[in-house]
Design a protein around this ligand. Structure first.
Ligand code: ADP
Ligand code: MG
Length: 483
């Protein structure tokens, strides 16, 4: 009896002691799961910086580096985190994210040089105003007047990039440095950078904003080497408040430019100056970039612009067609034309814009209303080019053919290796060849969960490296689909 009692007590004690440990363990598992689900970039951006402080009365408290990050996590991952806790047997009902009283900063311990160095992002002080700005001319690229936040259409694929860009433009404390924007061509990277520059200039007329392409950065660098004016070069770059370098993939493989870029970068970060960088790929995927630069770039916030979806394309078309209507007041566009274009034209916004411009010019010249027929005729070449887009249906059909399976097998719940593997290959191809989201792909494969798709993609990636039959199959299918 006594023995039974002691052991019960032990169990109870253990349980009590383990209340918060359990939360910690459970958090560890939730983190692991999230990493699988949302991918490395998103995980590093949002989940990794969270620090579980403890649990009290059903509230799990986290410390976060910025309130922006806390808000974002609460909105986008809050439910998922709660679910995870519940699954792990923790009765957490609410999450609390707070910023520690003293912000963690790169230059902790030193006085913030920012305040001293300039009038700050808040009230412009009249004293030294203009002096500094006129002392050193900035060699930036001209800004496109059309690329503002007002003209930027926000949708799911660019929501995060837009929010981050806005945050940077609004100034205040430098919360993430650098802001690294990446994505394919024509998805709005340059547009967002110009928008930041305009906005900063509007809010703080005396702030020194320098926007330039990586190519120009290199050109300046080479020039200053040639004319032996490295001091001038350094001084100029280090005198800016906001530095934006577009298309940094350009300096990959160019060692001395990278070197100088790295020094400039560090000097500015040390002074708490904001840096915004864009590239066509994630920092980790840019070949020929030095490791220290790569990791430094990942310190800040890395956000990608996803390929556009139908809704975003339609939104952009509607907004741009209002602008066109200003130039061509006589042109009428029939109902359904914009929807047709949003549906048929690829993910690149530049192509979409070009199509619309041509359509208006054509309609105005020939004095016709823009109907579906007119659009098809006038944009035949663009439509044909976009037609080559691979669809999920096509992928499923081709893969089923290749492995001698029925279409229904591909979508069925059967898990036998002989159908499961081809299905995984098809999911992998759907993820890599189309711009469909994971949940969408899951749905198209017989209503599967997005985690199944993630698993499939990982599995095939793994197998491709060790199983040459799979590697060959995938390669062959890819070529057939893209032909
Ligand atoms: P990137 O630099 O990513 O290659 P850009 O910023 O040059 O792309 O964008 C290409 C064109 O598409 C620009 O004319 C830009 O204004 C337009 N564009 C891209 N995304 C949007 C958007 N979300 N809203 C409005 N216009 C956009
Ligand atoms: Mg660009």
């Amino acid at each position: 009896m006594e023995k039974a009692w002691t052991s019960l007590e032990a169990v109870l004690n253990k349980k009590k002691k383990n209340g918060s440990e359990m939360t910690k363990d459970s958090w560890g598992r939730v983190r692991d799961e999230l990493q699988q689900e949302i991918g490395r970039d998103a995980f590093n951006n949002w989940i990794k910086p969270l620090e579980l402080i403890g649990e009290e009365n059903g509230v799990a408290r986290f410390s976060v580096p910025t309130s922006f990050l806390g808000d974002w996590v609460a909105r986008n991952y809050g439910d998922r985190i709660l679910q995870g806790f519940a699954k792990g047997g923790c009765s957490i009902e609410r999450l609390d994210f707070s910023v520690p009283a003293r912000p963690r900063q790169a230059n902790e311990g030193r006085p913030a040089p920012r305040q001293a160095a300039r009038s700050g992002r808040g009230e412009p002080s009249q004293g030294d105003r203009g002096n500094r700005a006129r002392e050193i001319d900035l060699p930036g690229s001209p800004l496109d007047a059309r690329f503002t936040f007002d003209s930027f259409v926000v949708g799911k694929p660019n929501e995060l990039a837009h929010a981050a860009a806005r945050r940077v433009a609004e100034g205040g404390a430098v919360t993430f440095n650098p802001l690294f924007l990446y994505g394919g061509v024509g998805l709005g990277k340059t547009h967002l950078m110009h928008a930041i520059a305009w906005e900063v200039q509007k809010r703080q007329p005396d702030a020194r904003v320098l926007y330039l392409s990586a190519e120009q950065f290199m050109y300046r660098f080479v020039q200053s080497l040639r004319f032996k004016d490295m001091m001038g070069f350094k001084e100029m770059f280090r005198s800016v408040d906001v530095l934006m370098v577009d298309d940094v993939q350009f300096i990959a493989g160019k060692e001395s430019t990278q070197d100088e870029f790295f020094h400039t970068f560090n000097a500015l970060v040390d002074q708490n100056k904001q840096i915004v960088i864009s590239a066509d790929r994630a920092p980790g995927e840019i070949d020929g970039l030095e490791e220290r630069i790569r990791s430094r770039l990942q310190w800040g916030l890395v956000v990608d612009l996803h390929p556009t979806d139908y809704e975003l394309r339609l939104g952009i078309l509607q907004s741009k067609s209002e602008i066109q209507a200003g130039f061509y007041p006589d042109v009428r566009v029939a109902d359904g034309v914009l929807e047709f274009l949003a549906h048929r034209i690829s993910t690149n916004v530049r192509v979409l814009e070009g199509a619309l411009t041509r359509l208006y010019a054509f309609a105005s010249l020939v004095g016709r209303e823009v109907t579906l027929e007119v659009a098809q005729e006038c944009l035949a070449d663009i439509l044909r080019a976009s037609d080559r887009k691979v669809t999920i249906d096509e992928i499923i059909r081709k893969v089923a053919d290749h492995y001698n399976l029925r279409l229904s097998d591909m979508l069925s719940p059967r898990r036998a290796r002989s159908v499961a593997r081809p299905r995984q290959v098809a999911m992998f191809l759907a993820k890599t060849l189309t711009s469909k989201s994971l949940p969408e792909i899951g749905r198209r494969f017989g209503g599967r969960d997005h985690t199944t798709v993630i698993h499939a993609v990982r599995k095939i990636e793994e197998l491709r490296a060790i199983d040459c039959q799979i590697a060959e199959d995938v390669e062959l299918l890819r070529r057939m689909l893209e032909a």
